[in-house]
Design a protein around this ligand. Structure first.
Ligand SMILES: [Zn+2]
Length: 462
């Protein structure tokens, strides 16, 4: 009842009348289209794709030039399979061609965003307003599968905004929390010492749902169990931002006595997929995105085999992403779900797993902190965090022009705030950062006894 009231008398009027957004309307559409047949959804996907390709060819200099060079014409795409030969878009290409990738259509309202790039290289990009509204709507739907739709009471254990917040920003954050009926606990501050405080806040707030980064929630659950504390049990738990392993799911569900719903998202697109109550895989946001799993040559990976995730955003007309390889790995094969939704299931996201960093005062900082922080330093081209012992951490940076003393001092201060006062922090500019044998960049590397059970071998979960 309260959920319904909050949704319809707070959130809906705020989105619609105050902000003038179509989020709720798009959400309504998505709630209907999820039940269409797979054939119908694919037909619509193809139509959307053809529209997007024509638009990109006509209005984005980068795509026109690239496709002309390869002799590709949007009007030759008659099936989704025709699209499999189109070129892959890399992060590097976006970094070089951002301005030429933007649509030249005048009067489009654009939003600039940045991703920390768990792969270790921050990325700046743009999207148009409608795309933003449609992706928020898709998030409403995905969370709704988990019983965490708009208006539900939500306890967020999430990476909070960094830097010193002015009172205005602080007030805005609190207003945003109130509008969304949530409290936000900063996951970057998680430590064993904080467990009683976090637990108290949870028990007082009594949320419908916990929404969390996987690793801090796992560490929280572990500590609660060790301390023999029984926390408040929400209806459900939504995890995202980090891959969840079966052993983590089992422990978290045991401690909180509630089912976990895994979501898969990215800053570039927001929600890509999420679990429904059958927990049979991740339903893809098929209306907004084409998600492919491909081999290193860009061709579809056979069912059941691991490959690279490649995404085309059907809604971003401001700066189209066409066959963008985001650095994640997944197991190919799009199956059907017994729930009856036409949205295909992605079998499994293998994802990337970042190690945790230990501090001498006993805290464990999730690896996600570093991409989150460094995305705000445009002069950082690549980075790697290396920990050889609990008393010292090294931040290696490949720098672009524009790095100066102010950036260095600001970075030092931000690192100190989260890593504490006793750890030695070395920020080292380097010419390059070597990749792993698999050609991937490891963002956080622990060379001492691993901070968690998440050893790199756990990445190979085929
Ligand atoms: Zn389902």
């Amino acid at each position: 009842m309260l959920t319904w009231l909050h949704r319809n008398f707070v959130l809906r009027p705020f989105e619609g009348m105050v902000k003038g957004r179509n989020t709720f309307r798009y959400w309504g559409e998505l709630e209907r289209t999820q039940w269409l047949s797979r054939t119908e959804l694919e037909y619509r996907q193809l139509e959307s794709l053809r529209r997007l390709l024509s638009h990109s060819y006509q209005n984005c200099p980068y795509y026109r030039c690239e496709w002309d060079r390869l002799g590709l014409k949007p009007n030759t795409v008659h099936t989704l399979a025709d699209f499999h030969d189109w070129p892959i878009l890399t992060k590097e290409a976006i970094r070089i061609n951002r301005a030429q990738m933007r649509s030249s259509v005048p009067g489009q309202q654009m939003i600039a965003k940045a991703t920390g790039g768990s792969s270790g290289a921050p990325l700046q990009f743009d999207l148009n307003l409608e795309s933003h509204e449609r992706r928020v709507a898709a998030t409403y739907r995905g969370y709704n599968w988990a019983g965490a739709g708009p208006g539900t009471k939500q306890f967020f254990l999430w990476g909070a905004a960094l830097g010193d917040r002015t009172w205005k920003q602080y007030a805005k954050d609190r207003l945003y929390d109130w509008l969304n009926r949530r409290i936000t606990i900063n996951s970057f501050e998680f430590s064993r010492a904080k467990v009683p405080e976090f637990n108290n806040r949870l028990n007082r707030f009594r949320p419908d749902v916990i929404v969390a980064y996987t690793n801090p929630l796992y560490a929280f659950a572990q500590s609660l169990e060790e301390l023999k504390q029984i926390p408040y049990s929400p209806r459900s738990i939504v995890v995202g931002a980090e891959k969840i392993y079966p052993f983590q799911r089992e422990l978290i569900e045991r401690v909180f006595r509630a089912p976990i719903f895994e979501t898969y998202g990215a800053r570039e697109f927001m929600i890509i997929g999420g679990e429904c109550d059958r927990h049979a895989g991740l339903h893809l946001t098929t209306e907004n995105l084409i998600v492919e799993v491909v081999d290193d040559q860009g061709h579809p990976t056979p069912d059941g085999e691991e490959g690279n995730v490649v995404i085309t955003d059907l809604t971003n007309y401001g700066m189209p992403f066409v066959r963008y390889i985001n650095g994640d790995r997944a197991v190919a094969g799009f199956t059907e779900c017994p729930c009856g939704r036409g949205l295909p299931l992605l079998r499994k996201v293998v994802g990337r797993q970042l190690d945790m960093i230990d501090t001498p005062d006993g805290r464990r900082v999730p690896g996600e902190f570093f991409p989150h922080l460094l995305k705000d330093f445009p002069a950082v081209e690549r980075f790697q965090v290396v920990q050889e012992s609990n008393s010292r951490v090294e931040i290696r940076l490949v720098l672009r022009p524009g790095w100066d003393d102010t950036s260095r001092i600001r970075l030092d201060a931000e690192l100190r705030k989260v890593l504490g006062s006793t750890i030695a922090i070395d920020v080292t500019p380097v010419a390059s950062i070597p990749l792993t044998a698999a050609g991937k960049l490891r963002v956080v590397v622990r060379t001492s006894g691993s901070a968690s059970e998440l050893t790199p071998s756990a990445n190979r979960t085929k």
